[in-house]
Design a protein around this ligand. Structure first.
Ligand SMILES: Nc1ncnc2c1ncn2[C@@H]1O[C@H](COP(=O)(O)OP(=O)(O)OP(=O)(O)O)[C@@H](O)[C@H]1O
Ligand SMILES: [Mg+2]
Length: 303
């Protein structure tokens, strides 16, 4: 098994006594992974990430990053970690390059690093512009550039695509992918969008009401989803549909023209369609159901 960069051991947290926000979180972020930390609003994502960075204090944290204990070894850990938790405070009257230079001096990084992080984040051409003229996506990339100044091995980002338009989301996604694949960074990134995590992550942790409901590779999540998804099919003959499919697939008649069919692999959707059409059934709609986050939570909770 790959080495873990982040490990938490039964992590709990309460803002007020008795009001537990996090419950028994055993996070394991493997080295070299993009770990998608997925959960709906209020699930506890930000609280978890703040604890990992030592921005919140826990009585009994059991947090290890690079094998060092947080908060005990905070400085050693933060030297090797870049983060983007809150909106960054940028100097809007300064250019992108000047902003980086301010932080670069504060962090005592070599001057050459400024051009490097501009290049990595795709901001070289915009570096001479005042950041007040930057789009939200560019500001976000500049914030990531700042987080990269000290060349950290680990990046922790809380919903970095929040508020961005589709193009901005793609840019950040590609940047994260590049940081992981070509710069060798381990990335822990939170999101409330399953589709986003699926496009980006190698590993996934699903948090719901302060509990980690699922943790594994993306392939493990997808196999879980496929086991729990079904096809909703609109047909012109539900009786004939049942005759054709039953024996091979579980079929449930849901209305005069709607059936639900259990399937386990994506390729089976094509086969089912083929069988129906070949058997003379008119298929007007075929839809894979059960892949949305809400449904997934329900399935995981009831599994
Ligand atoms: N400072 C605070 N004091 C008290 N309760 C808080 C505080 N911050 C967060 N909470 C509560 O802790 C729970 C988890 O919040 P958290 O911000 O970690 O969730 P999240 O998964 O990041 O949600 P979102 O997707 O909305 O950002 C919520 O019920 C929230 O109301
Ligand atoms: Mg949050």
């Amino acid at each position: 098994m790959e080495q873990a960069v982040i490990e938490t051991d039964h992590l709990d947290y309460a803002f007020q006594k008795g009001d537990r926000i996090l419950n028994d979180i055993n996070l394991r972020v493997p080295q070299g992974s993009v770990y998608g930390f997925l959960g709906p609003n209020g699930a506890g994502k930000t609280t978890t990430l703040r604890l990992l960075l030592g921005l919140l204090r826990s009585e009994n944290p059991g947090i290890h990053i690079f094998g060092n204990q947080m908060p005990g070894n905070r400085i050693d850990i933060l030297r090797r970690t870049g983060s983007l938790i809150e909106q960054p405070s940028l100097y809007l009257h300064l250019t992108g390059r000047e902003n980086l230079d301010v932080f670069r001096r504060a962090y005592e990084c070599p001057a050459t690093r400024v051009e490097e992080v501009l290049r990595i984040t795709g901001l070289s051409d915009a570096a001479h512009k005042k950041t007040k003229a930057y789009s939200l996506g560019m500001k976000q990339r500049l914030a990531i550039a700042i987080a990269l100044l000290h060349d950290p091995e680990l990046l922790i980002m809380d919903e970095p695509t929040n508020g961005l338009d589709p193009n901005g989301i793609i840019e950040i996604r590609e940047l994260i992918r590049d940081l992981n694949r070509h710069q060798g960074k381990t990335v822990l990134v939170s999101s409330h969008l399953l589709a986003e995590v699926e496009k980006l992550a190698t590993h996934v942790g699903i948090i719901h009401q302060g509990k980690l409901l699922f943790q594994g590779t993306l392939a493990e999540l997808q196999s879980f989803q496929h086991r729990h998804s079904f096809l909703e099919i609109e047909v012109d003959n539900v009786v004939r549909t049942e005759q054709i499919l039953s024996g091979r697939f579980p079929v449930f008649i849901r209305g005069d023209s709607t059936v639900h069919v259990g399937h386990s692999k994506p390729a089976e959707a094509a086969l089912i369609n083929h069988m129906l059409v070949g058997g003379g059934v008119g298929v007007s709609r075929l839809c894979v159901m059960g892949n949305d986050l809400e449904r997934l939570f329900l399935d995981i909770i009831s599994a």
